[in-house]
Design a protein around this ligand. Structure first.
Ligand SMILES: [Zn+2]
Length: 342
């Protein structure tokens, strides 16, 4: 093993050994803590991580092919660090062929291994479950959002392509480890995924098993535990968007990224950095409904429900109390330590 891998494996609860590039990345994420909306803050952090690991270049179906190639069929099997390195090396070798100038294979393998161990092996046993590796890599791969939901579901579903409560629980558990590692889990209902599982099955009349379509229908409601994932896709789609509008607060023109427009005030546009940091002007209140715009650069599918979604997300607490949103569970927020293992 390289010194890095040894360092990673010898991490104890008191000392944290990260690749210097990972330390640098995690430190750089601190400047995002002024983003007031947790789903956006988390999604922007994950987007930076995804790019640092070059996973924004990795197509979902390629990820899936690599899993097949390495015969990762037994999801509850434990992979040792050399197995994970093998799988990552195949992944990044493939990426390097297409993006020579962007992908440094040894560095990417090291960083991605570092990330996977941080997320899925906090006790540093040197082992990662096959399913965790798959859910982690697929969640950060590139692709259409609903395609991603389909792949994730397929991983945990049985041979009949149906999923019971336990299987959905395993999926959500592995997925939520991603925001948890960034210190963001409390906003998504904490590490306890049970209320989310319950909400999904309640929506489906408490049938013993759900189909992929029923899973996707539930995910479209953006349940609290998973809302960071659709927002990650919106963040990616908005990145290159330019809007012919001027920010009423910082005067940025054109607005790049998300553009927010008031439904209460005429001609009131706000750029994403002003919106996220909660700056307002002209007596505009933060809870006033806003519409989010981004040029649909990828596909209609990723950006379809913007208007509707935003009206719900940024409405006042009173509104939520009066109109509880199906699928968005007001789960009790808990403060958690680092060592939550299930
Ligand atoms: Zn602005």
């Amino acid at each position: 093993f390289s010194a890095h891998v040894k360092g990673l494996l010898h991490q104890t609860q008191t000392t944290c050994w990260d690749h210097p590039k990972m330390t640098e990345l995690f430190q750089s994420l601190a400047d995002l803590n002024n983003v007031r909306f947790s789903a956006y803050r988390t999604a922007i952090k994950i987007r930076r991580l995804q790019k640092a690991l070059c996973l924004d270049l990795l197509e979902l179906n390629t990820t899936n092919e690599v899993f097949k190639q390495h015969k990762l069929n037994q999801n509850d099997q434990l992979l040792s660090v050399p197995d994970v390195i093998n799988c990552l090396t195949t992944t990044y070798d493939g990426l390097e062929q297409m993006h020579k100038d962007l992908v440094n294979v040894p560095l990417c393998v090291d960083m991605c291994l570092n990330w996977l161990l941080n997320v899925y092996d906090t006790g540093r046993t040197g082992k990662i479950r096959v399913q965790s590796l798959k859910i982690g890599l697929m969640s950060l791969s590139k692709g259409l959002l609903e395609e991603k939901y389909r792949y994730l579901f397929k991983e945990v579903a049985g041979p009949t392509e149906m999923c019971d409560q336990r299987q959905l629980g395993l999926l959500l558990h592995d997925a939520i480890q991603i925001p948890r590692q960034l210190g963001e889990v409390a906003a998504f209902g904490g590490s306890n995924i049970e209320p989310s599982v319950r909400s999904c099955f309640q929506q489906n009349n408490n049938k013993p098993e759900i189909s992929v379509k029923e899973f996707i229908d539930w995910m479209r409601l953006e349940p609290q535990s998973m809302v960071w994932l659709p927002v990650l896709h919106r963040v990616a789609a908005a990145e290159t968007a330019k809007h012919q509008a001027k920010c009423n607060i910082c005067k940025e023109c054109p607005i790049v990224g998300f553009r927010y427009r008031s439904l209460k005030h005429f001609n009131y546009d706000v750029c994403q950095s002003c919106f996220f940091s909660g700056r307002t002007a002209k007596g505009h209140k933060l809870h006033y409904p806003m519409v989010e715009y981004c040029i649909p650069t990828t596909s209609g599918e990723d950006v379809r429900d913007f208007t509707k979604v935003l009206k719900n997300k940024f409405r006042s607490k009173k509104y939520f109390a009066k109109h509880p949103r199906l699928g968005y569970l007001p789960v009790q927020t808990v403060l958690e330590g680092d060592n939550l293992e299930t």
